[in-house]
Design a protein around this ligand. Structure first.
Ligand SMILES: *Cc1c(COP(=O)(O)O)cnc(C)c1O
Length: 369
């Protein structure tokens, strides 16, 4: 890999994303919509999309139309869907760029139709069904009437989907109930000749826990980046984490006893202590919490004192060989040690999703094939 001149950076293993997608295709035997919203879960939307497509994904899913438009500008030409709300005024862009929107509200759809009529072309849409997520979606009983009303208009409903809030709990009754509701609706639509062509429901958790939810297409996000969809779930060893976060030691000195380290001097040296500085902080999406560790020379070291906006300090007494310029790993492997996104998430009392989505734009992303 190229020598870089950065003081902190993310290394993204595109081959990992590619392999993770092919694993999911192997497990499900279905088409994959790679979910690359929120800048590809912090990994970089365009490279993540390209890698997922190389791994066999035939669709990409995002949360907002702006994300979809940016992918089109970046040359991503696969089937592309907005999973969240699209403002009516953006419908001409969606039509123009062949972006599939989600429809979940008949009134809003009327608005979309007005724009689609002006444009004169067909808007592609998937209808979202509320089966228990409590978020976006039409109730199952509303769907048949809606679909029959929309026939022959400028909106072409090519798919139907739902979403699970508890697929990380294996055998959860609520997920099974959701599938029953969804299946009942699908057979009802089938009988009336109203069933849209593409049916989908499974997020990463459902890919692993609910094979009956795979339908025509699965919609994994987290798993394609090599992260488990919940703290209670573990991915098989065939899945590889795509992200490593590194920094270099920018300063190192021995402080005498009783020296305060960082804001508030909440850490005070007890003896002569070797304290190193790394140029990352909460401005990079690294949280300002106590009791954190990073890897230096394959060993775990403590972050001491408060995390600043752009920097934090390391206690390096157990790494006497450490020197300015050495690589530090915040997330990833170094020697025999590793720090997972899950470990960081636990320190921050959150989930791995939030850790990677919070990685700041100012962090350079270096892509490895
Ligand atoms: C984010 C999202 C996904 C992907 O979820 P993961 O848990 O990351 O696999 C799938 N479907 C919808 C509707 C989403 O919003």
């Amino acid at each position: 890999m190229e020598i870089n001149t950065y003081s902190t950076w993310l290394e993204i293993d595109l081959n990992a994303i590619k392999c993770n997608v092919s694993q999911i295709i192997k497990i499900t035997g279905k088409e994959v919509m790679a979910v690359i919203k929120a800048n590809g879960y912090g990994h970089g939307a365009r490279p993540a999309a390209q890698a997922a497509i190389q791994g066999g994904a035939t669709w990409c899913g995002v949360a907002r139309i702006e994300e979809a438009l940016a992918l089109r500008r970046a040359g991503i030409s696969c089937k592309l869907m907005v999973l969240g709300y699209t403002p009516p005024a953006k419908i001409p862009d969606a039509i123009d760029q062949q972006i599939i929107v989600s429809i979940f509200d008949p009134d809003l759809t009327e608005n979309y139709l007005d724009y689609a009529r002006i444009n004169g072309a067909k808007l592609l849409a998937h209808v979202k069904v509320e089966t228990g997520m409590g978020r976006l979606g039409m109730l199952p009983y509303e769907v048949p009437g809606f679909l029959s009303d929309i026939k022959g208009t400028n909106i072409d409903v090519t798919g139907i989907f739902t979403h699970f809030p508890r697929a990380d709990e294996p055998n959860s009754d609520s997920t099974i109930r959701q599938m029953q509701l969804f299946n009942d609706l699908l057979s009802n639509l089938e009988k009336q000749g109203l069933k849209p062509a593409v049916v989908h429901a499974a997020n990463s958790a459902a890919v692993f826990n609910f094979p009956e939810s795979h339908y025509d297409l699965v919609r994994p996000g987290n798993a394609i980046y090599g992260m488990a969809p919940a703290p209670s779930m573990k991915l098989g060893s065939e899945f590889k984490p795509a992200l490593t976060w590194k920094a270099r030691i920018t300063s190192l000195r021995t402080y005498p006893p009783n020296s305060g380290i960082s804001y508030g001097s909440i850490y005070v040296t007890k003896k002569d202590e070797r304290i190193g500085v790394i140029p990352i902080g909460y401005g990079d999406g690294f949280r300002r919490v106590d009791g954190q560790q990073v890897l230096v020379n394959g060993k775990r070291v403590d972050i001491v004192g408060r995390v600043c906006m752009d920097q934090c300090m390391l206690q390096l007494d157990n790494v006497p060989e450490a020197k300015v310029g050495d690589e530090v790993v915040l997330i990833g492997k170094q020697g025999d040690e590793s720090i997972s996104v899950d470990e960081v998430a636990e320190r921050w009392s959150t989930i791995n999703y939030e850790v990677v989505c919070g990685l700041a734009d100012r962090l350079p992303r270096i892509y490895k094939e």
